[in-house]
Design a protein around this ligand. Structure first.
Ligand SMILES: CSC[C@H]1O[C@H](OP(=O)(O)O)[C@H](O)[C@@H]1O
Length: 366
């Protein structure tokens, strides 16, 4: 167990807000303890941020990026003197360190690249005052990343909402909710906006083995928000579709390749194949910071493999023979032919994804 600073049970817990910058520390909801306990951790060092990302105390592509951005702030603040070149070198070292925390969600690298670019720009400022003013500039960049994510997620919800009608059954996998972002979520953004506008959606949340983000997080936050949510086990997805209970699937993603292949929580590919077999639209909701045009296809996306104990001891007891071989990939790749549309803050992208994703970067935000 890491040497974490004191944790506090936050009585003003807002299920949509999983991380807050407190000036000298990042206050972060320990998502591993949900839904039973609401514990906010106070993180003061990049090492604590690294561990929180790696151990999934904070998880979800945008939330990982935001946490890493504040990890850079905490690391930069540790630099001991007024040497600009040394300060910038230290920022690079912290970024490279945080980049090793998890390999799949491209938002981690997007946020670190943005923080380092900000540090370079700050270090070249002719009006340089002091290292502490450079650090303040990094704080503002991290705060901007978080604030933009909240706005982006709301826009994703606005673009996605017309795809849904009152009374629709919607299946989602894993947690691409407020807990995975600054607020609203990506896949859940239209669910929250539907609730705001009085539209009644019937959400079916896959429990999402082995870490149970659907059961522990999506079911939790949607129930807290008063949204109609039914928890199902992953192997029920086909049955509820065959019963005609599902009119759309919407999920988040950790990385979209240039050709529209989508890496997302393990089990997403199976849901996509089932959706296609039942003629159900399969939507992927994500900010542009999750689209990676430098990764040509899904085959090029690094897929994280996690500890066997997540599978064999995930329920607090051993559920498999001692020493059994385990394959525990945290993600899979859904080929673009199973994707109906990708919903971003700039609008809805449909096939041909390679052309239309590229075009996304040449048009102003609507
Ligand atoms: C809004 S991104 C959420 C995305 O991240 C999750 O992975 P993890 O819980 O391992 O960080 C899952 O793939 C979600 O779709």
């Amino acid at each position: 167990m890491s040497n974490f600073s004191t944790s506090t049970t936050n009585t003003e817990f807002n299920p949509l807000i999983s991380l807050n910058w407190r000036g000298d520390r990042l206050e972060l909801l320990d998502q591993r303890l949900l839904p039973e306990s609401i514990v906010m951790l106070d993180l003061y060092t990049p090492e604590e941020i690294w561990d929180s990302i790696h151990s999934m105390k904070v998880r979800g592509a945008p939330a990982i990026g935001i946490a890493a951005a504040f990890g850079v702030v905490l690391g930069a603040g540790q630099y001991p003197n007024e040497d600009i070149a040394g300060w910038l070198e230290n920022v690079k070292k912290v970024c490279d360190y945080l980049a090793t925390s998890r390999p799949t969600a491209v938002n981690l690298f997007w946020a670190l690249d943005r923080m380092y670019a900000a540090a370079v720009q700050l270090s070249e400022d002719p009006n340089y005052v002091s290292i502490s003013s450079l650090n303040e500039g990094l704080v503002q960049e991290a705060i901007a990343i978080r604030a933009e994510d909240e706005e982006v997620c709301r826009r994703i919800g606005e673009h996605a909402l017309p795809l849904f009608q009152d009374g629709m059954g919607v299946l989602t996998h894993c947690n691409a909710g407020g807990l995975a972002t600054a607020k609203y979520g990506t896949a859940t953004a239209p669910m929250y906006l539907a609730k705001e506008q009085g539209m009644k959606l019937k959400i079916f949340a896959d429990e999402t083995r082995p870490v149970l983000q659907g059961a522990r997080l999506t079911a939790f936050e949607l129930q807290q928000a008063g949204i109609d949510v039914t928890l199902i086990t992953d192997n029920m997805a086909g049955m509820v579709m065959s019963k005609g209970w599902i009119q759309a699937v919407i999920v988040g993603t950790d990385r979209v390749a240039a050709n529209g292949d989508v890496a997302n929580k393990i089990g997403t590919y199976s849901v996509a194949v089932l959706a296609k077999a039942h003629g159900i639209p399969f939507y992927v909701a994500c900010p542009m910071s999750t689209i990676d045009l430098n990764t040509p296809t899904g085959a090029h996306i690094p897929i994280e493999e996690r500890a066997p104990e997540e599978v064999t001891e995930g329920f607090g007891k051993r559920t498999a023979p001692q020493g059994i071989k385990v394959f525990n990939p945290a993600f899979d790749v859904t080929p673009n032919e199973y994707v109906t549309a990708i919903i971003t803050e700039k609008g809805i992208i449909r096939a041909p994804f390679d052309q239309n994703l590229k075009a996304l970067y040449s048009e102003p935000i609507s």
